[in-house]
Write a protein that binds this ligand. Sequence first.
Ligand code: HEM
Length: 495
Amino acid sequence: MAEIQLSLSVLLPILLLLYFLKLLWSRRHYPPGPLAFPIIGGLWRIAFEKGLDGTTPIKAAKQYGNVFTFWLGNFPMVILSGFDAVKEGLVDHSEELLDRRATPFFEKITQGKGVGFASGHAWKQQRRLSQMALAKLGVGKKTMEDRIEDEAQQLVEIFASEKGKPFDPALIITNSVSNVATSLIFGYRWSIEDPTFKKLVKSIEYILSYGLTIFALLYELFPSIMDHLPGPHKKAFESAEVLLSLSKEELRKHKEQEPTQEPRDFIDYFLLEMEKEKNKNDPTSALDEENLIHSIYDIHFAGLETTTTVMKWAVLILANRPDVQDKIIKKIEDVVGSSNICYDDHKKMPYTHAVVHEIQRYRYPIIMGVSRKTTTDVHMRGYIIPKGTFIAPNIRSALIDDEYWETPNKFNPNHFLDKDGNFVARKEFLGFSTGPRSCLGENVARMELFIFLTRLLRVFRFQPPPGVKEFTEEPARGITLPPRPYKVCAIPRNS
Ligand code: HEM
């Protein structure tokens, strides 16, 4: 018995060492990165950094280079960092990086369906359909701008009801941003008190906070084991199901309505296109109900957390900078006087347009970007990244790349202005990503941010509550990086 124990205690470390060396050898073609151990991969690095935040992958790139590998347990994630590497991946290798890949948790929720997570032909078909739907539904009786203006009006009314006292604007902003999407997708908006809306917000909050727990990490490492164990991951899946069942319910209601030839919203549009495809008898068509349910989910939620986070930062950043608010107001008065502001006015308000861009650059809402998958072996910077590899373009790193931005870590609207005060569209601004798979809702988001902000600033001056000199601009930790909860005073300008 003692002999067996002795042989085991000698053999086991040798076997582990051999296994470790085999892993190192099999990984030699991947770009370098934090040393990857069996089972945990490079996760020790996150523990070493005392958790994951926006700076963790940027620090790693400084050490290993702008194309590096991070081993999430046994599966490699190649991270592209800095403007040059991100652009090289998303533009120069756009076809090879066109497919989407999610981590096991999101893979289970999305099932590779819908416009945001499908790949190949299914993605192309849904992307084309969604672009056409957004264009078609954005014109006609109620344009996209009308929908956004309605919500801007609600924002103004609710902010006014606070009568200059400190209040947390988070839920109100979420409601307005969500309503722009729901009026487009479902054909209606919901009040801030609506129980379904409240349930939805709670579900999103749960998923986002779950993303930071040890259980989330364990799920990504051992999904098939974790699927059989209880824990917060189960509640996170239930929360995702709340969001998906909303899509299912809306689809059911639409199918019960009288068929229409003129689509009223995104669901109508998709159903009509589905019908046309059925008549073509194309067996490769991806226009089915499952993809519709996931596309509804994608369009609603891809825009919700991102746009809401930028808006929350906008209010906070402006409250910290009364001089920037004054400058915006002066420009508004010069350009439109007391008339209504429309989105087209951004061309005559370069300073305001620059401020909106700078807010999104300076406090980017996503921790890195949205991941892709290589469709073939990719030759990049001397490395061969095998087909099927998870690629994470770090958009945040491009937005604070010190080779391109004069003051990367400082709020500075001059990043987007020339010496005569004209707006300069910077190619390094990858706020909505770049290439054929860039953000589908870029125009909607740009319009929302401009109209919401100018409408609010015209009526209110934002400032921190009495006793607070300045809000912290340190983001909260998470998958998205919102500001820490705050209360702001919206002081009516005419008071
Ligand atoms: C400030 C707000 C927003 C930001 C920062 C943002 C950012 C992004 C980013 C970085 C991607 C990944 C692109 C890639 O893989 O290269 C993306 C994709 C996407 N966004 Fe946005 N987004 C915003 C608002 C919106 C809005 C309002 C909508 C909907 C109306 C939307 C819908 C989508 C969809 C559907 C995708 C997936 C596109 C695809 O895979 O083909 N986004 N967004």
